[in-house]
Ligand binder design. Structure first.
Ligand code: G3H
Length: 540
C-alpha cells in the first residue's frame, strides 16, 4: 500500500542535512591507457531514489549526476590499452617485482583514502545504502587491500625458495594470467568490484573494469588515483551499455579472465561470446537463495536476531542474504510473532537518518516486482504477517514477512533480492534438504538449533549442497579471509583474500637438471638479481 506516513520520510531539499547534500557530479572523462580522456558524446543521467516529495505526494527521483555512455570504439580502445600493457606478459607491469607492484598499490590506497568522503556520499545517493554501511563498505575495502598485500607477501615468500626433487631444481611462483575484464554489482559497488580488481592487479594482470549501472559515479573520484599510481594501461575503465560494449570485448578473444559479480544469466551470455572458451578463466559470484532452517529446539532470540540481520541488512540486497526461512511447524507461530515484531520495529529512513536500517531501493521498478511476488503468494493462500509489511512510498518499502510460502509461489524459488521475507513451515527436515537439492543455487545456508545431533545430521548433507553452513548465525561473506564461493548457479571459482590471489594467477615454474653447470647458471642469475621471477629475494 502506498502510504502518506512513509512519504513524509522523503525530505524536501532544505530538509536534507547540510553535511549530506550533494552537488550533481557530471562525469565527462574516463581512464584509458594512463590518460583521463575527455568525453563529449552522449551521457546518461543518474537519478537517486532518495527522491523529493511533490505537492501531491509523489516522490520524484533526484538528479545526482551523469556519466558517459561509451561505445564499442572506446571499449575496444580500453581493451587495446590493457593488451598492450600486458604485452604477452612482457609489459612493465607483469614483469615488475612483487615489491614494486605492492609499492604502486600502497600509493593507490593513500590516494583512495583522500576520496573517502566523496565515495561514501555518492554511495548513499546512488544506491541508498545507509551512512554506517556505506562507511563500512569503504573501510572494509581498504582493509581488504592491506590484507591482500600481506597475503601476497606470504605467497611470494613461499615462492622465494628453490625445490630440489628427483634431480630437478625448480622455483615455483604464481604468475599473471593476462587481461582481466571485471564487473561489479550495484549492492556492493565498491567492495565487490575491488575484491576482484585489486588481487588481479596485484598479481600482474592488466584490467578493464566496467562500473555497475547503479553505483557508477562513486568510482569516478578514484580514476585519477588509478591513473597516477600504476603504469599506463594497467587499469582501464569502460562506460556504456553492457549489451553494447562488453560482447565485442569478449568476441575479440583477448580477455583471459572474466570476473563478474552479478547474475548467472549475464555470466553465461558473456562467456559464450569468447571464441576460445578453453582460454578463458571465469571467476564468478552469482545468484543465491540462501535458506535458513529453524529447528524445534532453536533459541528463538538468536534465530530471530540473526534472521533479521541476515534477511534485511541493506534491505535484503545482499547475495549472502537469507532469502527464505524454514521453521518447524511446532514453533512457527512463536517464531513468526517474534520475528514479525522485530521486522516491523526496523527503522525506515534516508541513508543519513540516525539508525535507519531500511532505506530507498535503488532499482526503479523494484517495488512493483516485490508487490508482484507478494500478490502471487497471497493468491496461493499466504499473508503478510507483520504490521505495515509491504507499505511503500516511492522506493521506500516496509519489509514484509510472508507466510506460509509454498512450492509454486514465486517467493519459493525466486531470488527476491529485496525486503520481502518468505517463511515456510516444515514437519520433516528431509523437505528442507530436498528443497536445497532441487534448487538451482548453492551458496550458503543457516541452521538454528541447540541440540547437537539434529544440527550434525544437517551439516553433513548441507556441506555438499552449499559452500558455507552457518550455525546459529546469519549467512555472510566475512571474514574476508574465509572462502567465498558457491555451487550450481551460485559461483565459479573462489574468492577470499588469499583465494583471489590464486584465482587471478597461475603456478609457473623454472626448472633445470641438477648439474654443476646449471647450478652455476642459477646462482649467477639469482646472485646478480638478473631476473624478477627467478630470485630468492625475501619480501619483508
Ligand atoms: O552481496 C554479496 C556480498 O558479498 C555479501 O557480503 O555477507 O559481507 O554482506 P556480506
Amino acid at each position: 500500500m502506498n502510504t502518506p506516513t512513509l512519504t513524509q520520510l522523503f525530505p524536501a531539499d532544505d530538509q536534507i542535512p547540510v553535511a549530506y547534500r550533494i552537488e550533481p557530479v557530471h562525469q565527462r572523462e574516463y581512464l584509458i591507457n594512463g590518460e583521463m580522456r575527455q568525453w563529449d558524446g552522449p551521457t546518461t543521467d543518474v537519478y537517486s531514489q532518495i527522491g523529493a516529495p511533490d505537492a501531491d505526494g509523489t516522490i520524484k527521483p533526484r538528479l545526482v549526476g551523469s556519466f558517459p555512455v561509451g561505445t564499442e570504439k572506446e571499449a575496444m580502445e580500453a581493451l587495446d590499452a590493457a593488451v598492450a600493457a600486458y604485452d604477452n606478459g612482457r609489459g612493465e607491469w607483469p614483469t615488475m617485482s612483487v615489491a614494486g607492484r605492492i609499492a604502486c598499490m600502497e600509493t593507490f590506497v593513500g590516494k583512495m583514502l583522500e576520496q573517502k568522503q566523496r565515495v561514501v556520499s555518492l554511495m548513499m545517493w546512488e544506491i541508498g545504502k545507509n551512512l554506517a554501511d556505506s562507511t563500512k563498505e569503504f573501510d572494509r575495502t581498504v582493509k581488504y587491500i592491506y590484507d591482500t598485500i600481506d597475503a601476497l607477501k606470504d605467497i611470494d615468500r613461499a615462492g622465494s625458495r628453490f625445490r630440489v626433487e628427483e634431480g630437478i631444481i625448480g622455483q615455483i611462483r604464481r604468475a599473471p594470467l593476462g587481461v582481466v575484464l571485471a564487473m561489479g554489482p550495484f549492492n556492493y559497488p565498491l567492495n565487490e568490484t575491488y575484491t576482484t580488481l585489486i588481487p588481479s592487479i596485484l598479481m600482474g594482470n592488466t584490467i578493464l573494469f566496467k562500473t555497475p549501472k547503479h553505483g557508477s559515479l562513486l568510482h569516478y573520484p578514484l580514476l585519477e588515483a588509478f591513473r597516477t599510481s600504476f603504469p599506463k594501461g594497467v587499469v582501464n575503465s569502460i562506460y556504456g551499455r553492457g549489451a553494447v560494449v562488453v560482447p565485442p570485448i569478449m568476441q575479440s578473444g583477448k580477455v583471459n579472465v572474466l570476473t563478474l559479480i552479478g547474475s548467472s544469466k549475464v555470466a553465461d551470455e558473456l562467456q559464450r561470446h569468447h571464441p576460445k572458451l578453453n582460454r578463458l578463466r571465469s571467476i564468478l559470484s552469482l545468484d543465491a537463495k540462501n535458506a535458513a532452517i529453524v529447528l524445534p529446539d532453536a533459541d528463538l532470540d538468536v534465530a530471530v536476531n540473526e534472521c533479521l540481520l541476515g534477511a534485511l541488512s541493506f534491505n535484503g540486497q545482499r547475495c549472502t542474504a537469507i532469502k527464505i526461512i524454514w521453521v518447524h511447524r511446532s514453533i512457527a507461530d512463536r517464531f513468526l510473532e517474534q520475528f514479525s515484531r522485530a521486522v516491523s520495529a526496523l527503522k525506515l529512513g534516508m541513508p543519513w537518518t540516525d539508525g535507519a536500517q531500511i532505506t530507498p531501493l535503488p532499482e526503479p521498478n523494484k517495488v512493483d516486482y516485490l508487490n508482484d511476488t507478494i500478490r502471487d503468494a497471497e493468491a496461493g493462500g499466504a499473508t503478510i504477517m507483520n504490521e505495515g509489511g509491504g507499505d511503500y512510498a516511492g522506493s521506500l518499502f516496509k519489509p514484509a514477512v510472508v507466510y506460509p510460502v509454498k512450492d509454486g509461489m514465486k517467493l519459493y524459488r525466486d531470488e527476491q533480492f529485496g525486503p520481502v521475507v518468505p517463511v515456510v513451515a516444515y514437519d520433516d527436515v528431509e523437505a528442507f534438504i530436498e528443497y536445497l537439492e532441487t534448487d538451482s543455487h548453492g551458496m550458503q545456508a543457516s541452521i538454528f538449533g541447540t541440540d547437537t545431533k539434529p544440527i550434525a545430521d544437517l551439516i553433513d548433507p548441507l556441506v555438499n549442497l552449499v559452500c558455507r553452513v552457518n550455525i546459529n548465525a546469519q549467512c555472510q561473506r566475512g571474514p574476508d579471509t574465509f572462502p567465498f564461493t558457491g555451487r550450481k548457479d551460485s559461483a565459479e571459482g573462489t574468492l577470499s583474500v588469499e583465494d583471489a590471489l590464486r584465482s587471478f594467477s597461475i603456478r609457473t615454474c623454472v626448472a633445470t637438471k641438477e648439474t654443476e653447470a646449471n647450478k652455476t647458471i642459477l646462482n649467477t642469475i639469482v646472485g646478480e638479481h638478473q631476473s624478477n621471477f627467478l630470485s630468492t629475494n625475501f619480501l619483508f
